[in-house]
Design a protein around this ligand. Structure first.
Ligand SMILES: Cc1cc2nc3c(=O)[nH]c(=O)nc-3n(C[C@H](O)[C@H](O)[C@H](O)COP(=O)(O)OP(=O)(O)OC[C@H]3O[C@@H](n4cnc5c(N)ncnc54)[C@H](O)[C@@H]3O)c2cc1C
Length: 440
């Protein structure tokens, strides 16, 4: 027998994982994704809709949550292994400050390095195995709900009505604007470029094989606010970079993760910019000879007061997208799903009446965490900029001191060592206590 139906809007990392989580608990989810509509002959050869972007950060907190969802091994097998060290440098590669990323306690994991398209491909193959229907080229235009169901209407004029709806349609979510019209809009606070290149590729006899001097590094110029994140993804035979600039984007239109069509022209222009910033040749070459570069805008969603309303739940960036400065976008989406999973374990009668309690507990557990992550991501954004050389030196001195103490004593990091199950247990205990009959 089919379980209650759930329309999931957006088949990105949050939507696909939410659908898998719901299916595990006997519900019947279906994914509706804007990308990948019917291609015209000009679009051939057709690439899978997830074949976009650069790399994603899968930190220890996200890996723990994936483990809880029974998916950790699939991702470990497709990554280049753990990254035990991250180096923060000035733009020319000088003044390195190291962050030890090794796990210091049982159950913790160092981060893994993986391309977003690899991560997404693995996830979508799990969706296929779970026989979850996926409808592509379906752009949600509005979602409405009654006491009994939710209706999603798409740009092609079709609509679907289901028992529940999950909004996983990213930072510029239409589910959010439909169901939470009172919510503030995301703030745009910078522009960036995400790129991928083939590791070890030799573009010419006078250019060394492509690869960064620091496989996992952050190059920053606090005086200009420009920064660069570099990573090797050995399993994908790739390197990836993110260039961030704290300025308004040249193009006011949201580019929606569309890669540059005229790659050689844009890659040369960006590589020249990066060379002017003073970045080392390993970085400028990676940019110049990248095989895909995508312009992006950086958004920050003001803190939401709730992640659910009635029969609708938000997961991932739609409910809490923020700056990429802590690299937590994907991990927070995974934590959302792990918490949902734990709550569905605790409330097997979710679909037959317990859903308001599950959604309320989801908010109680997730809101403090995602607000904390957003606050720290905003703080890093602020610290990436210094108004004078003296302030820059002082900032780096303090940062070196903090990381030195953390590295030496293996201190826990409130973001990376987080285990969402602790918060679920506390919330469930509270819930049961509040409902326990008062003792005489
Ligand atoms: C194409 C793309 C590439 C990205 N590449 C990177 C990257 O390289 N590195 C990185 O750190 N982060 C990247 N991100 C962001 C990153 O995936 C998220 O921050 C994080 O993983 C949380 O995922 P999410 O599923 O909540 O949001 P998203 O990843 O933004 O996924 C949202 C999904 O919803 C779909 N969608 C949006 N609006 C509608 C609508 N109206 N109707 C139906 N579907 C809709 C989108 O097409 C997308 O597939 C990318 C996002 C996108 C959309």
């Amino acid at each position: 027998m089919l379980g209650k139906t759930v329309t999931v809007i957006g088949a990105g990392p949050a939507g696909a994982l939410a659908a898998l989580t719901l299916k595990k608990h006997g519900l019947s989810p279906a994914l509706y994704e804007n990308r990948g509509g019917s291609p015209t002959p000009a679009d051939l050869p057709v690439k899978p809709f997830w074949d976009v972007g650069g790399s994603v950060n899968l930190h220890g907190n996200g890996l723990r949550a994936l483990e809880r969802l029974g998916l950790l091994d699939q991702f470990l097998a497709n990554s280049g292994g753990f990254a035990s060290k991250l180096v923060f440098m000035l733009m020319d590669g000088s003044d390195p400050i190291f962050r030890n990323q090794k796990a210091s306690r049982a159950g913790e994991y160092p981060p893994i390095q993986i391309l977003r398209n690899t991560y997404h491909r693995v996830l979508m193959s799990e969706v296929e195995k779970a026989e979850i229907p996926v409808f592509l080229g379906k752009k949600l235009v509005v979602a409405t709900q009654t006491e009994f169901n939710v209706t999603a209407t798409f740009a092609d004029g079709t609509s679907v009505t289901s028992d529940f709806l999950v909004g996983a349609d990213g930072i510029n979510s239409t589910v959010r604007t439909s169901i939470f019209p009172e919510a503030k809009h995301p703030i745009r606070a910078g522009a960036g470029f995400v790129g991928v290149f083939e590791l070890g590729f030799t573009p010419g006899s006078n250019v060394p094989p492509l690869g960064f001097d620091n496989p996992v590094g952050v190059y920053g110029d606090p005086l200009s606010g420009n920064s660069l994140y570099t990573v090797h993804c050995p399993e994908d035979n790739a390197g990836a970079f993110v260039l961030m600039q704290m300025r308004q984007p040249e193009d006011e239109e949201d580019p929606d993760w569309l890669p540059y069509e005229d790659l050689p022209k844009e890659a040369n222009r960006l590589a020249d910019n990066v060379a002017e910033w003073g970045a080392p040749p390993s970085v400028t070459n990676a940019v110049r000879y990248a095989k895909r570069i995508t312009p992006i805008h950086m958004f920050d969603l003001p803190d939401m007061k709730a992640l659910h309303k009635g029969r609708v739940l938000l997961v991932g960036d739609s409910g809490h997208g923020t700056f990429p400065t802590q690299g937590q976008g994907l991990c927070q989406a995974i934590e959302d799903c792990a918490v949902l999973h734990n709550l569905l374990v605790a409330f097997p009668d979710f679909a037959n009446g317990a859903y308001p309690d599950v959604f309320r507990l989801y908010d109680e557990i997730r809101l403090p965490r995602v607000h904390f992550i957003a606050e720290s991501s905003r703080a890093v954004m602020t610290h990436m900029h210094a108004s004078s050389r003296v302030k820059m030196r002082l900032g780096r001195f303090i940062f070196r001191l903090i990381l030195g103490v953390r590295n030496t004593f293996g201190l826990n990091d409130a973001i990376l060592a987080y285990n969402c199950e602790d918060d679920v247990s506390k919330a469930l205990e509270r819930y049961r206590r509040e409902r326990a009959p008062a003792s005489k």
